[in-house]
Design a protein around this ligand. Structure first.
Ligand SMILES: *Cc1c(COP(=O)(O)O)cnc(C)c1O
Length: 373
């Protein structure tokens, strides 16, 4: 097969698609029941950065294993960052993604924090356009279905010297996705982590880096051992202020009906600035629900649920959109339930409102959608 230019004005990407794509019957079987992050499309995009040449050799090629020297830098010192966004098939078969330049900007911020080469936004967006155009048949249709896009970057200099690498590899892979949490809109139970922290002031909490996830797994295992689905992180200094839930941001609903208002923890530098979180601040105000950033302590969460002042709590992120929190367990402050362990009306309303924009059912008032196909 010969390489051709994809025609994108964004960044030249040579296109040499797989010569052994999955046959359509097998693909349809995967799309009928996609799960999350299990199966990948026929192709991937990659590009290389070197000190001498900068970004070069951007290419779409068959999805497949990488061959790496055991002394490849990222395997030892963890220069590894990633992003997550989705492509949605609309009713007219056009395919769109949601606020991709926000992801491009955050990817560049993550790179800067880990002293890695920054990927130009034209290449970030160009890679997504090239891959989704090539693998468009892998984009499922339906309200809870999408093609999950995973851009990532690793340092690939060979050698054990500890310093920023002189070579990086950017890759983009894609995986058809159904509901992230298999139980759908069923509320999750959370364990408030009082012993382990995710991120500290001056650390990498704002960067979407692999190491943050590695550091979180022991707390996730602790949560599971207490019968909980997810971890809630507190600030590292006082171990008192709510930050996030696992890999998602949190929202608290105060009051109900016409007097409902939302509070999400402020971006203090140790929280990941979620694009879903930021979009919901806008969606809520479009719906006439006041939404602000603030500070919520564990005690305020517990006492607010007891008094009825806090009526709903939900987590938000690209993968699961919005997930209600139904039960909270802590070591030091007891256990309690939220919304009687159910899914509250504001949580449902916001989830539908955001999904409707992403899937083209509701008007895109803020120009958040970017057409890919
Ligand atoms: C990716 C991520 C989020 C959610 O970000 P979105 O842009 O909304 O997907 C929240 N917290 C952490 C720790 C994350 O890694």
């Amino acid at each position: 097969m010969t390489a051709t230019d994809s025609g994108t004005a964004l960044w030249p990407i040579s296109v040499t698609p797989s010569d052994h794509p999955v046959d359509s019957a097998e693909r349809d079987e995967v799309l009928a029941n996609p799960g999350f992050g299990q199966r990948f499309t026929d192709n991937m995009v990659r590009a290389t950065w070197t000190l001498d040449e900068g970004w070069h050799d951007a290419r779409l090629e068959a999805y497949g294993p990488l061959s790496l020297d055991p002394a490849t830098n990222f395997m030892h010192y963890g220069q590894a960052i990633f992003e997550g966004l989705k492509a949605y098939r609309h009713a007219d078969d056009s395919i769109w993604t949601f606020r991709p330049l926000q992801n491009a900007e955050r990817f560049a911020n993550s790179a800067r924090r880990l002293a890695m080469a920054e990927l130009p936004p034209e290449l970030f967006l160009g890679s997504i356009e090239a891959l989704v155009r090539q693998d468009r048949a892998w984009v499922p249709s339906g309200q809870e279905r999408s093609l999950y896009l995973r851009p990532f970057m690793i340092s690939t200099e060979v050698g054990l010297g500890v310093r920023p690498a002189n070579r990086y590899e950017y890759l983009l892979i894609a995986s058809p996705a159904g509901a992230y949490f298999p139980r759908g809109l069923t509320p999750v139970s959370v364990w408030v982590s009082e012993d382990y922290v995710r991120a500290a002031p001056g650390g990498t909490g704002e960067a979407k880096c692999a190491g943050n996830y590695a550091a979180s797994l022991v707390a996730q295992a602790e949560a599971a051992s207490h019968g909980c689905d997810q971890v809630v992180w507190l600030d590292a200094v006082e171990r008192r202020w709510i930050e996030e839930m696992g890999g998602m941001n949190l929202y608290f609903v105060y009051g109900s009906g016409d007097s409902a208002r939302l509070v999400t923890p402020s971006l203090t530098g140790s929280l990941l600035p979620g694009i879903t979180r930021s979009s919901l601040l806008t969606v809520a105000s479009d719906l006439g629900i006041p939404a602000e950033e603030g500070r919520i302590s564990v005690e305020e969460w517990r006492d607010g649920c007891a008094s009825g002042e806090i009526t709903e709590v939900f987590a938000c992120g690209t993968a699961a959109v919005i997930t209600p929190v139904g039960e909270v367990k802590t070591r030091g402050a007891g256990a309690w339930s939220v919304s009687n362990g159910g899914t509250g009306p504001i949580t449902q309303q916001l989830r539908s409102a955001l999904l409707d924009i992403q899937t083209g059912v509701a008007p895109d008032r803020h120009n958040w959608l970017h057409r890919l196909v």
